[in-house]
Design a binder for this molecule. Structure first.
Ligand SMILES: CC(C)[C@@](O)(CC(=O)O)C(=O)O
Length: 167
């Protein structure tokens, strides 16, 4: 995945990602309209499909709402990079199929940089600055969830595979 970087700071909580006033729906396309609104009201209008969010410490803190990774993914954010993620958000992101990467050097990436993520090599490449970093290893099962598009999609695929095996 490759995209343009949008930078955010530390402790971006789930209210900044998707405000509680929008939790009356879990429809991805609806939530996508309001993603990051309370952190940057212009975000949705200026970002393009595939762009990447790079944030500071403790991204996704504040609540267990799955609406946060759902909104980010539906808005077309291809990945979130941060030095640390809030624990519940970390699990929700994988369950919802949102690629996230822990990178202690995230602060070296600037807004507007073009960044490419090489999953096989385990690298974040800052194309603009010509710098390459190793992201923290992702547990294999968690990567399978993202590859499948989330926990529900993964489970459906597993059921299909079992049916085919029996056939
Ligand atoms: C129930 C929901 C509105 C919740 O209170 C759940 C939670 O806090 O984890 C939230 O703020 O996302």
């Amino acid at each position: 995945m490759q995209g343009k970087v949008w930078k955010f700071g530390d402790n971006i909580d789930t209210d900044l990602i998707i405000a509680a006033r929008y939790l009356n729906t879990s429809e991805p396309s609806e939530l996508a309209k309001y993603v990051m609104e309370d952190a940057d009201p212009e975000f949705v209008s200026k970002m393009t499909e595939g762009d990447i969010i790079v944030a500071g410490e403790n991204f996704g803190c504040g609540s267990s709402r799955e609406h946060a990774p759902i909104a980010l993914k539906a808005a077309g954010v291809s990945a979130v990079i941060a030095p640390t993620f809030a624990r519940i958000f970390y699990r929700n992101a994988f369950n919802m199929g949102l690629p996230i990467f822990e990178l202690k050097e995230a602060s070296e990436i600037n807004e507007g940089d073009v960044v490419r993520i090489d999953m096989d090599a385990g690298e974040v490449i800052n194309v603009t600055q010509a710098k390459t970093y190793k992201f923290s290893p992702i547990p294999e099962f968690m990567q399978e969830l993202v590859d499948a598009g989330g926990l529900i999609a993964f489970a459906k695929k597993e059921i299909e595979n079992k049916k085919e095996a029996k056939a």
